[in-house]
Structure formats: structure tokens, C-alpha cells
Design a binder for this molecule. Sequence first.
Ligand code: ATP
Length: 333
Amino acid sequence: MTQAEAAVAVRDTAAARPAIEVAGLVKTYGRDVRALDGLSFAAEPGKVFGLLGPNGAGKSTTVKILTTLSIPDSGTARVAGFDVLAEASEVRRAIGVVAQRTAVDQMATGIENLAMMARIHGLRGRELRTRVDEQVERFGLGEKAKLTPYNYSGGQRRRLDLAMGLVHRPRVLFLDEPTTGLDPEARIGLWDEIRTLTREDGLTVLLTTHYLEEADLLANQLAIVDRGRVVASGTPAELKGELRGDAVHIGLDSAEAAVRAAAQLADEDVWDVQAEDAVVHLRTADGARALPRLLSTVDGVVSATVNRPSLDDVYLRHTGRAFRRGNAEGEAS
Ligand SMILES: Nc1ncnc2c1ncn2[C@@H]1O[C@H](COP(=O)(O)OP(=O)(O)OP(=O)(O)O)[C@@H](O)[C@H]1O
């Protein structure tokens, strides 16, 4: 092997290593709250990796550890090849963070905000000005960049957040619930922007979300987190593809009726039958054709839906709870 070939081999090996590697992370708060309970996953470089889980699943705790803001009780984590504990300052230089709560100073213009962030990252003079101009251009802020964020639309404010998170050209970007509060058009625009960043700039994005649709459409790879552990991982298509048949959800007039219906339906040609509150979830081959037969088997039906398995069904399969219910529990705690 020539020296040049060896250099390429070394570079390719480095590029092939996961951008984020997490193994057996445990984090407890006080005596009782085990926020992370042996969490492990690996995110490929240049892709969007989605951490999907209901409120309280442990997503923010994971991000805090990966961004060096919190220390795990045990386990290891590497970001951009650096250990989050032993090489915390290298990690900080390699990452950008766009939190759910904006870091934007509302009294300063877009340009001033970008310049402030660039200065925090040690940029000065001409390099700083070039970098700020690049971000204004890259994120389509145009003339708006000369105004304070009060004059921006929700989508523009979020793009300024992104531009600020990327001004120092990080290799890994942490994005927390990026499209919360945006209208559908702005959400789709932002998803496009994030995809472009990974495809064209080779950026790795760790996205945390409790929006199933966002995880499904935006993430190349997903880890579904529940109670501090990864319960399933893969591409959205792989995860949904693991579930055979169609998903059927039958709403009944009471929780008791749902328990009775689940027992009756178990004798039919169905699988993964679960009663939860006043709903029975199950899967069956050719759901549309099977539905009239299934509905005639039980009493007290108030609604029924049939669909191809969604990430909601994947979550249900692995946790025994519907995703929305998981969220409601998290919000209540
Ligand atoms: N500083 C803290 N002190 C005590 N408990 C905490 C603290 N931070 C988080 N927790 C608890 O740890 C668990 C995991 O919380 P975490 O915020 O990581 O979840 P999450 O998946 O990010 O939820 P969300 O989507 O609501 O942010 C929850 O039970 C939460 O109440």
C-alpha cells in the first residue's frame, strides 16, 4: 500500500466510525428516578439519527450527557470520536446545539445574534464576518437578518436558531424538537433544510422528538427510547416492516368492554392483541377485509381504524403502551 492509499484508508476508517457511540449509559436523579437505565446506540456519520420517546423517556438526559452538560453514573459515550468525559472540550468544539428554548437574543438583530455566537466560538475579524454572511445566505434570512427576531415568522426564527447552532461548522448537531410550534409548511421547509445539511455538508444530526411523524419522515435511523432504555432501533421502514399485517384499533364504550373484547378477539386470526383503556389494538392479515368479522364478534364498539403499521404500533409492540399514552404519563409526572 502506498502512503497515499494508507492515508485514504485511515480517513475512510475514521469516516465509517459512528459519529455518536453510546454504551450502557446509566443516570439516576436522587434515589428513585432512573432516567437512563443502560441506554446504548450508535449514530452513523452524515445521517439524521432520531431518538424517539414519550415525555420523560430520557431523551434530554441523554443529550445533556452527550453535550457534556451532565455526567453519567456509568457507561460510556463518544461524540465525533471523542470521549464525553475524558475529552469534553474536544467534544464541545465538535458539536452544535439547537435547544427547544431558543438561544436568540430578541433585542439583537439576526446578524448580531450570529456574530455573538461566532464570537463565543472564538471567531474574529474577517473570518467572523464571512461566516455570518454565509449563514444568512445559507438559511435564506436575507434582509430579515438586519432586523430583530420580533419581525420574523416562526420558521425564520427557527432557521436563525439553526444558523446560530452551525456558525462554527460543527460535525454533530443536537436538535431538540426542532419543529415544535411551527405551521405545517414551515415544518416541511425545516425538514428539507436539515436533510440538505446531512447530505451536502456531511453533518450528523441527533434529533430528539416525541413527534412520530417527524421521526418517521426525517430520521434515517431511529432508536425508540422507553424508561431510559432503547427498546427498538433501525430505519423507520425496518421498524415498521418488522410488524406483520395491518394494525387495527377498535374503540369501545368502556375499559371493561375493551378487556372483554380483547379476550374474545384473541380466538380470531389476529396477533398482538392488547386492551388499553377503552381501546383494543391488534394486527391481522388484510385488516379491511377482516374488520366486519372482528366487529361482529364484540359488543360496545364506538370506532375502528385500519392502517399499515405506524411507529405508534412499533412503540406499542415493544412497550405494551400506545405512544400517546406514554406521552400523557410523562406529562403528568
Ligand atoms: N434534574 C432532574 N432532577 C430530577 N429528575 C429529573 C431531572 N431531569 C430529568 N428528570 C427525570 O428523569 C426522567 C427522564 O427525563 P428526561 O427529561 O431525560 O426525559 P425526556 O425524554 O427528555 O422528556 P421530555 O420530552 O419531556 O423532555 C424523567 O422521569 C424526569 O422527570
